[in-house]
Design a protein around this ligand. Structure first.
Ligand code: SME
Length: 153
């Protein structure tokens, strides 16, 4: 499945590699292919704050400081956050009360944090190491193929 997603992402980026269209289509791709999820999308970094980017799912909080939540932890540590039970995560931000597990991956381009990919699930422990690996490869495609130089926000 992740191989197919990688191929689709590569071909979606062929005609246009501007950040906003790429992230919008990537959110749609995640939403279409991953089952048992209730939110998939991006938060974009400016200073020490994350701002809501392209996503699929219910409306979400628009501003997240690096010091808060799973997204903030991924942004400040630049490490993948694989959270089997969000209710046990200190400072978790409940945008959708249906969410029980979450995975957040940092997007780092030339040592600059662009933002994070965030996926929520109503199922506890929905995301495995295999998901982390597959999603990290998708993030790598975004990092390498998208033209980030003009920034996003
Ligand atoms: N739960 C996230 C906030 C974003 S929503 O999941 C879309 C967090 O704790 O950072």
């Amino acid at each position: 499945m992740y191989k197919l997603m990688r191929q689709q992402m590569q071909s979606l980026l062929e005609g246009c590699s501007l950040p906003l269209p790429a992230l919008a289509n990537c959110a749609a791709l995640l939403w279409e292919h991953l089952d048992r999820i209730n939110w998939a999308g991006f938060y974009l970094a400016k200073g020490d704050t994350l701002y809501l980017g392209p996503f699929q799912g219910k409306v979400a909080c628009t501003v997240i400081p690096f010091s808060k939540g799973v997204c903030g932890a991924a942004a400040s540590t630049r490490k993948i956050q694989l959270v089997p039970d969000v209710h046990q995560f200190p400072g978790h931000i409940a945008c959708d009360s249906a969410s029980n597990s979450e995975i957040v991956l940092p997007l780092v381009v030339h040592d600059r944090l662009i933002g994070v990919m965030d996926i929520d699930s109503p199922e506890f422990a929905r995301f495995s190491e295999e998901d982390a690996h597959g999603l990290a490869e998708l993030c790598s495609i975004l990092v390498e193929k998208v033209c980030w130089k003009d920034g996003l926000l």
